[in-house]
Design a protein around this ligand. Structure first.
Ligand code: AGP
Length: 614
């Protein structure tokens, strides 16, 4: 999604810092970028389609340097193709106000018509530009800047985060407002900063003010004033964010995605180990606040999520039903929110999201809350909208996930779901203390097995498979039981970073159609973990072989090895935790194939890290 940066400085020049901030937001996906600065000469703008390097080239030679107030933007096109004229920032006709915008003004057509009738000549195809003209029109009517901003924001409808740069009596003034996509601000003694992502603020300070829906913040050096759209001042306290900026760097890895795949053993530890209580065979959630009584009353769990988080949700369904014996439904958030769902009895609505800003997931959880559900979240970003809106929260401690393709967050989500299933089961008595201690032990011994799959030998084995299958016409990922969602995840990873068509399927379903796809040019990835379904999976593999399919086996089931053309051995572990091990070779396989194809692994085409519009 779009990235927004705004800066005021007491001394120095903002443009270099804005470019740095935009680079930190590149991972969100974009197709153009731009900067506006304000100095004695008024507002100056540079904006370019394409990568930030193109914008940097337009700023070479110190163009725009020296200004102490500015805003920047990386645009992910919604209205109007990626181009220099559609890139943000946008200004009013007289150039007295510049704005950048993330999201959609749903009533822009009506506003555009009204403004055009009043003589405004639009320079771009964007919805964004209408807000610049609305503010400009108020200023032309002699309305004070702050009031002009509030008035204009009351006119626009939709899902948006905006930053507004202008001046009043020669003083630069910076505003931002939120109605949906995230925004945060921070102030220091010598500056004021706003950004659509905390990552761009923590190099300046860890004390962050998270802007809520309906807030309008005015930034001054060392001070932020938050108001509602009616101008009433609101008290928004700063929160301390502990993320370490280095963590967000690539370190020695060529791509964030590879670094994040290799971080997964640590992520398991950080998400689980200080929550397990071995002696009690139980877990304790520091942030959630559930008590046994509340968990005992839960009659069903409704999981909602998107993409990789949804696959973690499917796994959570197996875990919570299998271990805690509570009925679980799991649906696409984008389907749940529009299917007029019926929630029976005492429902826990559980949203799973890495970013905590996915529009469909937020909307689904809000609907579940309206329908009377208790809301809970598994989320990776403290301070995100989801974390602030859910009644109970399990934070995953994966650290910032920069690669658009989610990897370590997925493993963290499964870990959190495993802990939640254990907690619910212990509260309801469906898991005894002894069983709980076994489940805790299984988690403890998992980390070295993950390390083994990330070791030189395993990585080379996967790379070899990638080389031999890189030209496959397509891939079919097959799994059963708790590994069926892993097949879905393996297919998604391959699709989104290598642009190769891949499909995840329940292996038992293959004979009802997809078996027609089997031919030598199709590569079949079969997941088979030791467990009650292993022999069923073996016969599925034989069905594939009988039709000339090439089988890549991922798993711990020895009985499948002689049935496969290729095999990545996965260490044995509890079937409940086998998704955490089985997904690692799949992540490495998609990474290796994308590398061989020369794809942009951290910023795949058309994709955004957090889809904050529907
Ligand atoms: C996963 O690799 C994708 N980037 C995407 O499917 C992602 O999982 C989905 O958009 C949900 O994002 P969230 O976890 O931040 O809600």
């Amino acid at each position: 999604m779009c990235g927004i940066i705004g800066t005021l400085l007491a001394e120095g020049s903002v443009v270099e810092g804005i470019l740095e901030g935009l680079r930190l937001l590149e991972y969100r996906g974009y197709d153009s970028a731009g900067v506006a600065v304000l100095d004695k000469k008024g507002i100056s703008i540079r904006r370019k389609a394409g990568r930030i390097e193109h914008l940097a080239a337009a700023l070479a030679g110190g163009a725009l340097s020296g200004a102490k107030a500015g805003i920047g933007h990386t645009r992910w096109a919604t209205h109007g193709a990626p181009s220099d004229t559609n890139a943000h920032p946008h200004t009013d006709t007289e150039g007295r106000v510049a704005i950048v915008h993330n999201g959609i003004f749903e009533n822009y057509a009506e506003l555009r018509a009204e403004l055009s009738t009043a003589g405004v000549v639009f320079k771009s195809e964007t919805d964004t530009e209408v807000l610049a003209h609305l503010i400009g029109r108020e200023l032309a009517r002699g309305v004070e800047l702050g009031a002009a901003v509030l008035h204009s924001l009351r006119r626009v409808k939709g899902y948006y985060a905006v930053a507004v740069l202008s001046q009043d009596h020669d003083q630069p003034r910076l505003f931002c407002a939120r109605s949906g996509p995230p925004l945060a601000v921070a102030v220091t003694k010598t500056g004021a900063y706003l950004a659509s992502d905390v990552l761009a603020l923590i190099p300046h300070t860890r004390e962050i003010v998270f802007i809520e829906d309906g807030d309008v913040a005015e930034l001054e050096i060392g001070k932020v004033t938050v108001r509602n759209l009616d101008g009433k001042v609101i008290d928004r306290k700063a929160r301390r964010v502990e993320w370490d900026p280095e963590e967000a760097g690539k370190g020695t890895y060529p791509h964030y995605m590879l670094k994040e795949i290799h971080e997964q053993p640590d992520v398991l530890a950080r998400t689980a180990f200080d929550r397990i209580r071995e002696a009690k065979g139980d877990v304790e959630f520091d942030t959630a606040g559930w008590d046994d009584t509340e968990l005992k009353t839960i009659e069903r769990v409704e999981i909602m999520a998107c993409g990789t988080a949804l696959h973690a949700g499917y796994i959570a369904r197996y875990l919570i039903e299998g271990l805690a014996r509570v009925p679980v439904e799991c649906d696409y958030a984008s389907e749940f929110r529009y299917r007029d769902p019926v929630l029976a009895g005492n429902t826990m609505a559980l949203a799973i999201s890495q970013s905590g800003e996915t529009a469909d997931t937020l909307a689904a959880l809000r609907l579940a809350k309206e329908l009377g559900a208790h809301t809970a979240a598994i989320c990776n970003v403290n301070g995100s909208t989801l974390v602030r809106e859910a009644q109970r929260v399990i934070l995953t401690n994966a650290g910032p996930e920069i690669g658009v393709a989610s990897t370590k967050a997925f493993v963290a989500q499964i870990t959190a779901a495993y802990l939640l299933a254990l907690r619910i089961g212990r509260a309801r008595g469906t898991i005894s203390k002894e069983q709980g201690q076994e489940l805790v032990d299984e988690l403890r011994v998992l980390r070295p097995k993950m390390e083994q799959l990330l070791g030189e030998t395993a990585v080379k084995a996967v790379r070899g498979i990638a080389e031999r299958h890189q030209n496959a016409k397509g891939f079919l990922f097959l799994g059963r039981g708790i590994n069926f969602p892993v097949a879905l995840e393996g297919a998604l990873k391959l699709k989104e970073i290598s642009y190769v068509h891949a499909e995840g399927y329940a292996a038992g379903e293959m004979k009802h159609g997809p078996i027609a796809l089997i031919e030598p040019s199709m590569s079949i990835v079969a997941l088979n973990a030791i467990g009650p379904l292993a022999d069923k999976m073996r016969s599925n593999i034989e069905q594939v072989r009988a039709r000339g399919g090439k089988v890549i086996l991922i798993g711990s089931d020895e009985g499948s090895v002689q049935l496969a053309d290729e095999h990545v051995k996965v260490p044995e572990c509890s079937e409940w935790l086998s998704p955490i091990l089985n997904v690692i070779p799949l992540q490495l396989l998609s990474y290796s194939i994308a590398l061989l194809k020369g794809c942009d692994i951290d910023k795949p085409r058309n994709l955004a890290k957090s889809v904050t519009v529907e």
